[in-house]
Design a protein around this ligand. Structure first.
Ligand SMILES: Cc1cc2nc3c(=O)[nH]c(=O)nc-3n(C[C@H](O)[C@H](O)[C@H](O)COP(=O)(O)OP(=O)(O)OC[C@H]3O[C@@H](n4cnc5c(N)ncnc54)[C@H](O)[C@@H]3O)c2cc1C
Length: 382
């Protein structure tokens, strides 16, 4: 890590231990999201890390951002995910929005006074996101040109607590080319919230259904051009993949930390359980897999920063890091034995939080599909 990264990591470690960690057991149980924690992270600059300073961001690289997300995830995967998705929304507006849209929506998002949400999935369009059917019909409404949105979205991270929603809706033909992206604000008439999901993990991060019933969105809220929506979503997910990987590394690191500390202090058969080779080998493998994952995540993030994004590597980083997080957190529960299975220790929470990392932003099967597709392309051009 360079000096900036070390400083970032140290600041976030201090913040998470003082301000986030003490609430985690209670908030996971009660499914409580604290806007004050998010806003405080914002006042320190951590909710707009990758955006340029002119829009209130910190202008950091994606490598720096990955290190920061990893650190936050060591206390809370939920807050790390909230920041990662909100930053994804900022990146979309910054990359594809016009100057009016950037000036209007970005400052509140970067400062952490508002949260952003990314809305692609529908009940019939999960892995096959291009099958989405929420419609946006061009129209005139009260003398204003725009689009009428009808349909629904599911699984939306920060649904209900976010103010700015990037909604992918169909303006044209079937498939990806007929999809457009819109900025929809909370409070827009015809836009409401449906079911809040009751989840195994990520319990602090609300996941909600969005409903659009004759929801009029002015022309000025269209991002880029009609038909660019799927391209915008896929570009966002390319970055989203290694950032989810970074969160997975933090989640796994915490589980390893809890495992080693416990194994050193717990005695059975008149010795620390750490000294049993069976457990030592497990922890050695956990540590090795975490380092492999971290290197892949940093490589994918660095490639993006250097202007040579590598979709295959980003998928590998997400796949490896999230599968590692699942394995490591499950092994952590095993190492702690009976207490690992209780809420007295945080490892079961990290195990529950790890599971969904294998599902979001493209399931790990879909990551393999993309990796294989790239392999085929590489070999067919040789
Ligand atoms: C907590 C949570 C938060 C989320 N947040 C958001 C959000 O903020 N915004 C958003 O838009 N979406 C969000 N999602 C949705 C998420 O992206 C989808 O759940 C995911 O893309 C998978 O879609 P699905 O659940 O419909 O599963 P399906 O697509 O129905 O997949 C079911 C199973 O089939 C497998 N499968 C499907 N297609 C293939 C294939 N071609 N080859 C091999 N296997 C395949 C999958 O890997 C999976 O195992 C969230 C989901 C969860 C659970």
């Amino acid at each position: 890590m360079n000096e900036i990264q070390l400083e970032l990591k140290n600041q976030l470690e201090k913040f998470r231990l003082q301000k986030i960690e003490p609430h985690m057991e209670h908030d996971d149980e009660s499914e409580t999201f604290r806007m004050d924690i998010f806003s405080e992270l914002g006042s320190l600059g951590f909710t707009g890390m990758t955006l340029p300073e002119e829009f209130g961001g910190m202008g950091l690289s994606y490598e720096d951002f990955s290190i920061a997300l990893c650190e936050i995830a060591k206390s809370s995967v939920s807050y790390a995910v909230t920041i990662s998705v909100s930053c994804m929304v900022q990146a979309i507006i910054n990359e594809f929005g016009n100057s009016t849209q950037k000036n209007k929506y970005l400052p509140a998002l970067t400062s952490g006074s508002e949260i952003g949400a990314f809305c692609l999935s529908e009940s019939g369009a999960g892995s096959d996101a291009a099958a989405l059917v929420t419609s946006a019909k061009k129209c005139q409404h009260n003398g204003q040109a725009g689009y009428m949105l009808n349909g629904s979205k599911i699984w939306i991270t920060s649904g209900g607590i976010a103010k700015t929603y990037i909604v992918m809706a169909r303006t044209g033909e079937a498939g990806g080319k007929g999809v457009s992206a819109f900025i929809v604000r909370d409070g827009t008439p015809g836009f409401s919230f449906g079911k809040k999901e009751r989840k195994m993990g990520w319990r602090i991060s609300p996941t909600r259904e969005l409903l659009f019933h004759n929801c009029f969105v002015p022309e000025g809220n269209l991002l880029a051009n009609e038909g660019d929506g799927f391209k915008i979503a896929m570009a966002a997910l390319d970055k989203g993949r290694f950032t989810i990987g970074a969160i997975a590394v933090g989640c796994a690191e915490r589980a390893l930390d809890e495992s080693v500390r416990y194994a050193l202090s717990r005695h059975q058969f008149k010795q620390a359980i750490f000294d049993f080779q069976g457990l030592q080998f497990m922890m050695a493998d956990m540590a090795t897999e975490i380092e492999c994952s971290r290197l892949l995540v940093l490589q994918a993030a660095g490639d993006y920063d250097r202007g040579t994004p590598n979709a295959k590597l980003a998928c590998m980083a997400k796949l490896k890091a999230t599968d590692t997080a699942m394995k490591v957190t499950t092994d952590a529960v095993q190492i702690l034995g009976g207490v690992g299975y209780t809420r007295e220790y945080p490892v079961e929470r990290f195990m529950r939080d790890a599971k969904v990392l294998q599902i979001v932003e493209g399931t790990n099967q879909i990551q393999r599909v993309v990796i294989a597709r790239n392999l085929k392309k590489e070999y067919s051009t040789h």
